[in-house]
Design a protein around this ligand. Structure first.
Ligand SMILES: CC(C)(COP(=O)(O)OP(=O)(O)OC[C@H]1O[C@@H](n2cnc3c(N)ncnc32)[C@H](O)[C@@H]1OP(=O)(O)O)[C@@H](O)C(=O)NCCC(=O)NCCS
Length: 188
């Protein structure tokens, strides 16, 4: 199995970060595989154990043009580096909702990159689809992720007790929801 490489040094610009969303390309695979195995991701997400090739197959199956059913993912580029991704899954066109997911390399954390990237994806989804609601499930111990969604105007709708197994232990998940009409009034 692919073992990963030491972290690439990241020189991040001063706030606010100017991130770009791009479709999957082979250059995204290695960094994605690396941050998927980092502690902040592993400790807060119900991850399947996948080989490098299995991860490649998943990423190649996902799409970036919002044109109906399927799973979507956009890679977050910052200063020439691929630093994270934001996904849209469980798209229910009948009910008009879908689920957001996101993850970033450890070296970019705490610099506003996650908030900037998720904000771009939410704006794109509401601009390019008729979805009326976005949801996200967040481990209740994942303070940064909860703050990110609070910041974007998501509402805490409830707690799913012991909903996921994370590292083999039951984990409570906060359900966050954002309605299209709430996004329109969310300050940029
Ligand atoms: C959760 C995650 C996406 C946040 O991304 P980020 O780029 O670090 O977030 P930002 O820098 O935009 O900060 C978002 C908020 O979290 C706060 N924050 C960031 N890191 C924090 C930490 N380690 N502890 C507490 N708060 C933190 C920030 O201060 C900010 O809050 P504020 O707006 O009130 O100041 C990132 O930590 C990550 O990729 N984690 C691993 C994968 C994961 O858990 N994904 C979420 C699945 S639901």
């Amino acid at each position: 199995m692919w073992q990963g490489r030491p972290e690439d040094p990241l020189v991040l610009p001063a706030m606010p970060p100017s991130v770009e969303l791009l479709p999957y390309s082979p250059a995204c695979l290695e960094p994605y595989f690396r941050w998927r195995g980092q502690a902040p991701t592993v400790n807060h997400n119900p991850l399947q154990s996948l080989t490098f090739d299995q991860v490649r197959a998943v990423l190649e199956s996902e799409r970036s043009e919002l044109d109906g059913a399927g799973n979507y993912r956009w890679f977050v580029h910052l200063g020439g580096h691929v630093v994270g991704s934001v996904s849209l899954k469980n798209v229910n066109t009948q009910m008009g909702y879908a689920e957001l997911g996101y993850g970033f390399c450890e070296t970019s954390h705490g610099r506003g990159v996650g908030t900037a990237a998720v904000r771009l994806v939410v704006a794109r989804v509401f601009a390019e689809t008729s979805l009326r609601k976005l949801v996200a499930y967040v481990h209740d111990q994942n303070v940064a992720s909860c703050r990110l969604l609070d910041r974007l105007g998501f509402v805490r709708e409830g707690l799913l007790r012991e909903h996921y197994l994370i590292l083999g232990a039951p984990a409570d998940e906060v359900v966050f929801g954002l309605l299209r009409r709430e996004w329109n009034v969310t300050p940029a």
